[in-house]
Design a protein around this ligand. Structure first.
Ligand code: BG6
Ligand code: MG
Length: 207
């Protein structure tokens, strides 16, 4: 019996992947190489620093830790420019309705995201108040597939892991949830989310 629902943000509730991509592509452009949408797939669910490392690997570029920090900050500043302009219209189909449906059933709701920008995005979408707990990139030290983000979410909801279910679009996120001992709903395609208990195209399918 499910008492808690933990949601990833990027790719589950909102399509921020396109903004992450624009910002990473711009950085790659400055560094003098092409960064494709296919490359970008590898960054989903991955932390900012790890994403940068993958991008630099693609470009065959090596640099110092200081340079990396500066690049990550630059990318984030561009990304923030994009998401600052986001509004309620960018919430993915069925997401708000599904959160409300669960709330109506007495299920507790938490966010479990790797993004340090999650609070601003929730605000711009007007859904902050639908969450009983928000675990984001500022609160965790170990990135998915480590289960930390979801274990902390269950803890803040006051629930046992086994009573929680996770909604994720990234392979690393499904693995994190499984390692936490939680049920999993994959958002996307079965080809990628091989380990999920069930897979749907979007939360609208669960209404
Ligand atoms: C995840 C995204 O939710 O957050 C990743 O899927 C992103 O693509 C990560 O790199 C970190 O986000 P931010 O906003 O802290 O740079
Ligand atoms: Mg995601």
């Amino acid at each position: 019996n499910i008492k808690g629902a933990l949601f990833d943000l990027d790719g589950v509730i909102v399509d921020t992947a396109k903004y992450h991509y624009l910002a990473w592509k711009r950085l790659a452009g400055e560094l003098g190489f092409e960064f494709t949408e296919e490359h970008n797939e590898r960054l989903k669910g991955v932390s900012r620093m790890r994403s940068l490392e993958i991008l630099l690997e693609v470009g065959g570029i090596s640099c110092t830790p200081e340079e990396k920090l500066a690049m990550a900050e630059k990318k984030n500043n561009w990304y923030v420019e994009y998401i600052k302009k986001m509004d309620e219209s960018e919430i993915l189909k069925g997401a708000r309705e599904y959160l409300l449906k669960l709330k109506g059933e007495g299920v507790k709701i938490a966010l479990g995201s790797a993004s340090k920008n999650a609070p601003m995005i929730l605000e711009n979408l007007g859904i902050t108040n639908l969450f009983d707990a928000v675990i984001d990139g500022n609160k965790v030290s170990k990135a998915k597939p480590d289960p930390e983000v979801f274990l902390l979410g269950a803890k803040e909801l006051g629930l046992k892991a086994a009573d929680c279910i996770v909604y994720e679009d990234a392979e690393a996120g499904i693995e994190a949830a499984r390692r936490a001992g939680m049920g999993t709903v994959g958002i996307g395609s079965r080809d990628i989310l091989k380990e999920a208990d069930m897979v749907v195209s979007g939360l609208y399918e669960l209404l």
